[in-house]
Design a protein around this ligand. Structure first.
Ligand SMILES: [Zn+2]
Ligand SMILES: [Zn+2]
Ligand SMILES: [Zn+2]
Length: 162
């Protein structure tokens, strides 16, 4: 089964597993243009415990839900429908730990182009900001820009100013 978070940016393949009594949970097994499927497969041990939580978006208890549950690359679990809704609002960060919910490299490439196309006006042109990357947890310096700030280590725009 395919979930299209945003047809122009990211698509992921999800496998479903039956837990009994009609309950399902799903595992992201591959993301187009991405290489963390193996990484994720090795982290499945935590899934069982992760089911005993509420969805961080709608607070539905995941262990009892009959709807699809998604395990994100960070290991947190969330209702599939809630991730899809986040994608519609262009939100791609885990609500619990702020790591990206899927491979975002295509989105980051788009932001690269946007930033290259829109130079900042003069008072800001040489302004530098210190940023903390939500994906890799490292600090870096970036040129200030309205569109976003890119981590030098992980090439992610999922960053915040410090
Ligand atoms: Zn939810
Ligand atoms: Zn998370
Ligand atoms: Zn980073």
């Amino acid at each position: 089964m395919m979930i299209y978070l945003n047809s122009s940016t990211t698509a992921m393949t999800v496998e479903f597993a039956e837990l009994g009594e009609g309950r399902m949970f799903s595992i992201v097994t591959s993301v187009i243009g991405c290489c963390y499927s193996n990484l994720l497969k090795n982290s499945h041990l935590c899934v069982e415990g992760a089911m005993h939580h509420d969805c961080p978006i709608c607070c539905e208890y995941l262990f009892e839900t009959t709807r699809g549950v998604l395990v994100m690359p960070c290991g947190h679990t969330i209702l599939k429908s809630c991730v899809e809704e986040m994608g519609e609002h262009l939100q791609y960060a885990c609500p619990l730990c702020s790591k990206s919910v899927c491979d975002m490299s295509k989105v980051w490439e788009k932001l690269d182009l946007e930033i290259a196309a829109i130079p900042m006006p003069q008072p800001f042109r040489n302004k530098m900001v210190l940023i903390l990357c939500n994906d890799c947890g490292k600090f870096s310096q970036a040129q200030f820009h309205f569109v976003g700030h890119k981590c030098l280590h992980y090439k992610s725009y999922n960053t915040r100013q410090t």
